[in-house]
Design a binder for this molecule. Structure first.
Ligand code: AMP
Ligand code: MN
Ligand code: MN
Ligand code: MN
Length: 293
């Protein structure tokens, strides 16, 4: 099995901006996408659609196809799973009400992370992390950037290892959305639900298949077969799962900014042979622009 290199379009359907835990503004992100020759970009910030209007306006002015998206945090089987929504209408009340609850939890969690880090001798982490964010949505990455800056760890990866993952002092278990709810919100907003970076979860094959079954039963349509966080074997393994479960294949870098040079925008666009791309029945780039500029 090889990669399907016949496509002339370059898709990147999983990216972040400063509206969540990315480091480039929506405008800068789209400008960068245009420079990289990306023909269709989705902005999929964690639990918010705040960046979509700015990104859509920039995309329109630069002639880049744009898809309004979101990455919803979900609890499934005592794990956190991320569900990307593509082609969503950000004016959908059902979606916005759902995301608002998740952001409320994020705010409480950030304060709780601050309290827990204080107990291990790290003062001011909540305020510090908040300064790395846009002040509205705080995630673990903002804590990581604060902790690296003040010398508590060498780099972000190590911060996660030592402070921010399960069992570590700054970790607070998430109270996120139910899988069925996340898919329902995305569908209510007219979007397609996609399981993000499926090879990143610490699942056995059996557990992954259980997730795919629950997801398709709930109305989920896509699997991120190709991801900036997958290796080649993982891409091909996920291509087989997509085919077996009749899921459409998506691709995304999970770009968070230029600080991670190995995760380039649009670098991971090519799908393995035999996948049905999630964009197979998308119309022209004008309809992709579900978010009006
Ligand atoms: P949150 O949704 O606030 O719990 O944060 C999740 C985000 O943290 C992910 O989207 C990644 O951007 C980042 N992240 C999670 N685990 C790691 C890790 N081990 N190293 C670096 N970044 C990570
Ligand atoms: Mn992130
Ligand atoms: Mn994710
Ligand atoms: Mn992501």
């Amino acid at each position: 099995m090889g990669y399907n290199t016949a496509m002339s379009m370059i898709f990147d359907l999983h990216t972040h901006s400063t509206a969540s835990d990315g480091t480039t503004t929506p405008k800068e992100l789209v400008q960068h996408a245009a420079d990289q020759g990306i023909t269709t970009l989705a902005l999929t910030d964690h639990d918010t659609t705040d960046g979509l209007a700015e990104a859509a306006a920039t995309a329109q002015s630069l002639g880049v196809g744009f898809v309004g998206g979101v990455e919803v945090s979900v609890n499934w089987n005592s794990h956190v799973v991320h569900i990307v929504g593509l082609g969503i209408d950000p004016d959908c009340r059902v979606l916005q009400d759902g995301l608002a609850v998740l952001r409320q939890f994020r705010n409480w969690r950030a304060e709780e992370m601050g309290r827990r880090l204080e107990k291990v001798g790290i003062a001011g982490a909540f305020e510090g992390a908040k300064r790395f964010s846009n002040g509205i949505l705080i995630g673990r990455c903002h804590f990581a950037r604060f902790l690296v800056k003040y010398g508590h760890a060498e780099n972000e990866k190590k911060v996660f290892q030592h402070f921010l993952t399960r069992g570590k002092p700054g970790y607070v278990p998430g109270k996120w959305a139910e899988l069925e709810d996340a898919v329902a919100w995305i569908r209510a907003a007219g979007g397609q639900a996609v399981i993000a970076h499926p090879a990143r979860y610490p699942f056995t094959r059996t557990k992954l298949r259980r997730l795919l079954t629950a997801f398709t039963d709930a109305g989920g349509e896509g699997l991120e077969v190709v991801s900036g966080s997958h290796n080649r074997d993982e891409n091909f393994n996920m291509a087989r799962h997509a085919k077996e479960f009749a899921l459409l294949a998506s691709t995304g870098s999970d770009y968070h900014g230029p600080e991670n040079p190995w995760r380039k925008l649009g670098r991971f666009q090519v799908l393995p042979d035999g996948c049905t791309p999630i964009w197979h029945n998308w119309a022209s780039s004008s309809t992709l622009c579900a978010v009006s500029a």
